[in-house]
Design a protein around this ligand. Sequence first.
Ligand SMILES: CC(C)(COP(=O)(O)OP(=O)(O)OC[C@H]1O[C@@H](n2cnc3c(N)ncnc32)[C@H](O)[C@@H]1OP(=O)(O)O)[C@@H](O)C(=O)NCCC(=O)NCCS
Length: 182
Amino acid sequence: MHSLDLPLKTDRLVLRPHRPEDAAELLRFHSRPDVARYLLVGPWTAEYAEQEVAKRIPKTGLDTDAKALALVLEHDGVVIGDLGLWTTEHPRLAEIGWTLDPDYGGRGLAAEAARAVLSAAFEVYGLHRVAAQMDARNTASARLARRVGMRQEAHLRRNWWCKGEWTDTLIFARLADDPPPP
Ligand SMILES: CC(C)(COP(=O)(O)OP(=O)(O)OC[C@H]1O[C@@H](n2cnc3c(N)ncnc32)[C@H](O)[C@@H]1OP(=O)(O)O)[C@@H](O)C(=O)NCCC(=O)NCCS
Protein backbone atom coordinates (compact mmCIF):
# COMPACT_ATOMS: atom_id res chain seq x y z
CA MET A 1 0.00 0.00 0.00
CA HIS A 2 1.38 3.42 -0.96
CA SER A 3 1.04 6.50 1.20
CA LEU A 4 -1.17 9.33 0.16
CA ASP A 5 0.24 12.79 -0.48
CA LEU A 6 -1.81 15.24 1.56
CA PRO A 7 -3.51 17.61 1.20
CA LEU A 8 -5.67 16.42 -1.68
CA LYS A 9 -6.71 19.30 -3.92
CA THR A 10 -9.74 19.50 -6.19
CA ASP A 11 -11.10 22.43 -8.23
CA ARG A 12 -12.87 23.98 -5.22
CA LEU A 13 -11.54 22.14 -2.18
CA VAL A 14 -8.49 21.35 -0.11
CA LEU A 15 -8.84 18.06 1.82
CA ARG A 16 -6.42 17.91 4.72
CA PRO A 17 -5.95 16.09 8.05
CA HIS A 18 -7.55 17.54 11.18
CA ARG A 19 -5.91 20.12 13.47
CA PRO A 20 -6.97 20.98 17.06
CA GLU A 21 -8.42 24.32 15.97
CA ASP A 22 -10.86 22.54 13.60
CA ALA A 23 -13.04 21.64 16.63
CA ALA A 24 -14.69 25.07 16.64
CA GLU A 25 -15.32 25.08 12.88
CA LEU A 26 -16.71 21.53 12.82
CA LEU A 27 -18.92 22.39 15.80
CA ARG A 28 -20.56 25.13 13.69
CA PHE A 29 -22.44 22.54 11.62
CA HIS A 30 -22.11 19.29 13.64
CA SER A 31 -24.10 20.99 16.44
CA ARG A 32 -27.08 21.42 14.07
CA PRO A 33 -29.94 18.95 14.63
CA ASP A 34 -30.59 18.73 10.87
CA VAL A 35 -26.98 17.60 10.29
CA ALA A 36 -27.06 15.07 13.15
CA ARG A 37 -30.49 13.70 12.22
CA TYR A 38 -29.22 10.55 10.47
CA LEU A 39 -25.76 10.34 12.02
CA LEU A 40 -25.02 7.86 14.80
CA VAL A 41 -24.42 10.56 17.40
CA GLY A 42 -26.58 13.53 18.34
CA PRO A 43 -25.67 17.20 17.79
CA TRP A 44 -22.11 17.87 18.97
CA THR A 45 -21.27 19.88 22.07
CA ALA A 46 -18.03 21.89 22.31
CA GLU A 47 -16.55 19.22 24.61
CA TYR A 48 -17.48 16.42 22.20
CA ALA A 49 -15.98 18.39 19.29
CA GLU A 50 -12.61 18.63 21.04
CA GLN A 51 -12.59 14.93 21.94
CA GLU A 52 -13.65 13.88 18.44
CA VAL A 53 -11.04 16.07 16.73
CA ALA A 54 -8.34 14.69 19.07
CA LYS A 55 -9.31 11.17 17.95
CA ARG A 56 -9.24 12.19 14.30
CA ILE A 57 -5.84 13.96 14.30
CA PRO A 58 -3.81 10.70 14.08
CA LYS A 59 -6.01 9.39 11.23
CA THR A 60 -3.71 10.47 8.45
CA GLY A 61 -3.81 7.40 6.22
CA LEU A 62 -4.83 3.78 5.80
CA ASP A 63 -1.12 2.90 5.76
CA THR A 64 -0.62 4.35 9.28
CA ASP A 65 -1.25 2.66 12.65
CA ALA A 66 -4.67 4.32 12.69
CA LYS A 67 -5.63 2.49 9.45
CA ALA A 68 -7.92 5.42 8.77
CA LEU A 69 -8.06 8.74 7.00
CA ALA A 70 -10.01 11.64 8.53
CA LEU A 71 -10.02 14.79 6.42
CA VAL A 72 -11.64 18.19 6.68
CA LEU A 73 -12.93 19.89 3.55
CA GLU A 74 -11.73 23.46 3.18
CA HIS A 75 -13.40 25.80 0.70
CA ASP A 76 -12.00 29.32 0.37
CA GLY A 77 -10.14 28.76 3.67
CA VAL A 78 -13.31 27.74 5.59
CA VAL A 79 -13.87 24.23 6.99
CA ILE A 80 -17.17 23.18 5.38
CA GLY A 81 -17.24 19.43 5.91
CA ASP A 82 -15.43 16.26 6.78
CA LEU A 83 -14.88 12.91 5.19
CA GLY A 84 -13.56 9.66 6.61
CA LEU A 85 -12.21 6.45 5.08
CA TRP A 86 -11.33 3.46 7.26
CA THR A 87 -10.54 -0.18 6.66
CA THR A 88 -12.91 -2.86 7.92
CA GLU A 89 -12.60 -6.69 7.90
CA HIS A 90 -9.68 -6.81 5.44
CA PRO A 91 -6.92 -4.30 4.55
CA ARG A 92 -8.42 -3.88 1.06
CA LEU A 93 -11.99 -3.31 2.28
CA ALA A 94 -12.98 0.12 3.52
CA GLU A 95 -15.91 2.28 4.44
CA ILE A 96 -16.42 5.95 3.64
CA GLY A 97 -18.49 8.56 5.48
CA TRP A 98 -19.22 12.25 4.81
CA THR A 99 -20.73 15.38 6.31
CA LEU A 100 -21.17 18.81 4.76
CA ASP A 101 -22.21 22.12 6.32
CA PRO A 102 -25.75 22.60 4.88
CA ASP A 103 -24.87 26.24 4.13
CA TYR A 104 -22.59 24.80 1.42
CA GLY A 105 -24.90 21.96 0.32
CA GLY A 106 -26.43 21.51 -3.11
CA ARG A 107 -23.31 22.62 -5.00
CA GLY A 108 -21.67 19.27 -5.61
CA LEU A 109 -18.93 19.95 -3.06
CA ALA A 110 -19.44 16.71 -1.09
CA ALA A 111 -19.39 14.76 -4.36
CA GLU A 112 -16.18 16.52 -5.42
CA ALA A 113 -14.53 15.52 -2.12
CA ALA A 114 -15.85 11.95 -2.23
CA ARG A 115 -14.59 11.48 -5.81
CA ALA A 116 -11.09 12.61 -4.80
CA VAL A 117 -11.02 10.23 -1.83
CA LEU A 118 -12.42 7.31 -3.85
CA SER A 119 -9.76 7.87 -6.53
CA ALA A 120 -7.09 7.75 -3.83
CA ALA A 121 -8.74 4.69 -2.27
CA PHE A 122 -8.49 2.67 -5.47
CA GLU A 123 -5.45 4.20 -7.19
CA VAL A 124 -3.15 4.90 -4.24
CA TYR A 125 -4.28 2.45 -1.57
CA GLY A 126 -5.22 -0.29 -4.05
CA LEU A 127 -8.49 -1.05 -2.27
CA HIS A 128 -10.84 -3.69 -3.60
CA ARG A 129 -14.16 -2.35 -2.25
CA VAL A 130 -15.37 0.84 -0.60
CA ALA A 131 -18.79 0.79 1.07
CA ALA A 132 -21.08 3.46 2.51
CA GLN A 133 -23.86 2.77 4.98
CA MET A 134 -26.64 5.16 5.83
CA ASP A 135 -30.05 5.46 7.41
CA ALA A 136 -32.50 4.57 4.64
CA ARG A 137 -34.28 7.93 5.16
CA ASN A 138 -31.05 9.80 4.34
CA THR A 139 -31.90 10.40 0.69
CA ALA A 140 -29.25 13.14 0.26
CA SER A 141 -26.54 10.72 1.31
CA ALA A 142 -27.89 7.95 -0.96
CA ARG A 143 -27.95 10.38 -3.93
CA LEU A 144 -24.35 11.32 -3.16
CA ALA A 145 -23.28 7.65 -3.06
CA ARG A 146 -24.92 7.04 -6.47
CA ARG A 147 -23.40 10.24 -7.88
CA VAL A 148 -19.89 9.00 -7.08
CA GLY A 149 -20.41 5.62 -8.73
CA MET A 150 -21.47 3.49 -5.77
CA ARG A 151 -24.23 0.94 -6.26
CA GLN A 152 -26.93 0.07 -3.77
CA GLU A 153 -26.37 -3.50 -2.60
CA ALA A 154 -28.78 -3.82 0.29
CA HIS A 155 -31.67 -2.34 2.19
CA LEU A 156 -31.55 -3.85 5.68
CA ARG A 157 -34.87 -3.62 7.49
CA ARG A 158 -34.90 -2.22 11.05
CA ASN A 159 -31.46 -3.71 11.75
CA TRP A 160 -29.96 -0.79 13.72
CA TRP A 161 -31.02 0.63 17.10
CA CYS A 162 -30.35 4.33 16.88
CA LYS A 163 -31.62 7.23 18.96
CA GLY A 164 -34.49 5.25 20.46
CA GLU A 165 -35.80 3.46 17.38
CA TRP A 166 -35.06 0.58 15.02
CA THR A 167 -33.83 2.07 11.74
CA ASP A 168 -33.39 0.70 8.20
CA THR A 169 -29.89 0.81 6.66
CA LEU A 170 -28.85 1.17 3.01
CA ILE A 171 -25.51 -0.31 1.93
CA PHE A 172 -23.80 1.13 -1.13
CA ALA A 173 -20.43 0.06 -2.53
CA ARG A 174 -18.03 0.60 -5.37
CA LEU A 175 -15.54 -2.07 -6.45
CA ALA A 176 -12.14 -1.27 -7.93
CA ASP A 177 -13.17 -2.58 -11.35
CA ASP A 178 -16.61 -0.94 -11.46
CA PRO A 179 -16.94 1.56 -14.31
CA PRO A 180 -16.19 5.14 -13.18
CA PRO A 181 -19.24 7.41 -12.69
CA PRO A 182 -20.24 9.61 -15.66
C1 LIG B 1 -25.04 13.78 2.63
C2 LIG B 1 -24.56 15.19 2.28
C3 LIG B 1 -23.03 15.28 2.49
C4 LIG B 1 -24.89 15.51 0.83
O1 LIG B 1 -24.54 16.85 0.52
P1 LIG B 1 -24.94 17.47 -0.92
O2 LIG B 1 -24.53 18.89 -0.96
O3 LIG B 1 -26.38 17.16 -1.20
O4 LIG B 1 -24.08 16.57 -1.89
P2 LIG B 1 -23.36 16.90 -3.28
O5 LIG B 1 -22.07 17.57 -3.07
O6 LIG B 1 -23.32 15.60 -4.01
O7 LIG B 1 -24.30 17.92 -4.00
C5 LIG B 1 -25.35 17.43 -4.78
C6 LIG B 1 -26.40 18.47 -5.02
O8 LIG B 1 -25.79 19.63 -5.56
C7 LIG B 1 -26.34 19.92 -6.85
N1 LIG B 1 -25.23 20.48 -7.63
C8 LIG B 1 -25.09 21.80 -7.89
N2 LIG B 1 -23.95 22.02 -8.55
C9 LIG B 1 -23.35 20.83 -8.71
C10 LIG B 1 -22.14 20.41 -9.31
N3 LIG B 1 -21.30 21.29 -9.87
N4 LIG B 1 -21.81 19.10 -9.30
C11 LIG B 1 -22.64 18.20 -8.71
N5 LIG B 1 -23.81 18.53 -8.12
C12 LIG B 1 -24.16 19.85 -8.13
C13 LIG B 1 -26.87 18.59 -7.34
O9 LIG B 1 -27.90 18.75 -8.29
C14 LIG B 1 -27.37 17.96 -6.07
O10 LIG B 1 -28.62 18.45 -5.69
P3 LIG B 1 -29.81 17.40 -5.33
O11 LIG B 1 -29.26 16.43 -4.32
O12 LIG B 1 -30.89 18.28 -4.81
O13 LIG B 1 -30.12 16.70 -6.60
C15 LIG B 1 -25.26 16.25 3.20
O14 LIG B 1 -26.64 16.16 3.00
C16 LIG B 1 -24.96 16.08 4.69
O15 LIG B 1 -23.91 16.45 5.17
N6 LIG B 1 -25.92 15.54 5.47
C17 LIG B 1 -25.77 15.46 6.93
C18 LIG B 1 -24.73 14.48 7.37
C19 LIG B 1 -25.04 13.08 6.89
O16 LIG B 1 -26.19 12.62 7.00
N7 LIG B 1 -24.03 12.40 6.38
C20 LIG B 1 -24.16 11.07 5.84
C21 LIG B 1 -24.18 10.02 6.89
S1 LIG B 1 -24.37 8.42 6.15
